[in-house]
Design a protein around this ligand. Sequence first.
Ligand code: SF4
Length: 222
Amino acid sequence: MLNRQQIRYCLDTMGEMFPNAHCELVHRNPFELLIAVVLSAQCTDALVNKVTKQLFEKYKTPEDYISVSLEELQQDIRSIGLYRNKAKNIQKLCALLIEKYSGQVPTDRDELMKLPGVGRKTANVVVSVAFGVPAIAVDTHVERVSKRLGFCRWKDSVLEVEETLMRKIPKEEWSITHHRMIFFGRYHCKAQAPKCDVCPLLEVCREGKKRRKRGESVASTK
Ligand code: SF4
């Protein structure tokens, strides 16, 4: 596991590598962000952005989403994985927003998690990006990077990863670290081909050292 000094080094290095890390889901307000994050489950941000470009022109309010049939909404998002379920959740979510929250996106994570299709990760992204509340949303990139580097244990659950990161990273850096870890995992420490050979974190990374020992590092940069 990384010590305090090594964690600092990792955070600073990721900051230098990705100074402009940010949420890549295109949105103009908290409601659009919420819809985009719900759509992004098991789907790339690039595909979500392609779909929401037209979707957000047609649907601007929760009322708009429930004014059409389920089949019509499903058709509008059909290129996105799990679109049938996602359309159902979006309509239920919009109905609940109107009924309980005057059509507004709640700013509280626990309230957000009461909405259909909104889990802890989605709620963390929304409170952090839309409302500036410190949070670390653990997606596949954050989990992989945290485990490879040794911020947490391999066997940790997603919730344990989040709790460990919150314990080890200063609160004021939670949100930016979340974005930097996503960029680091998406563009550098990739799932299938981590760029260990050119990684400035190799000397502190347990996974990188293991790969180097096995002679995998050269192949891993391809
Ligand atoms: S050394 Fe390899 S596994 Fe470790 S952080 Fe860098 S790219 Fe990822």
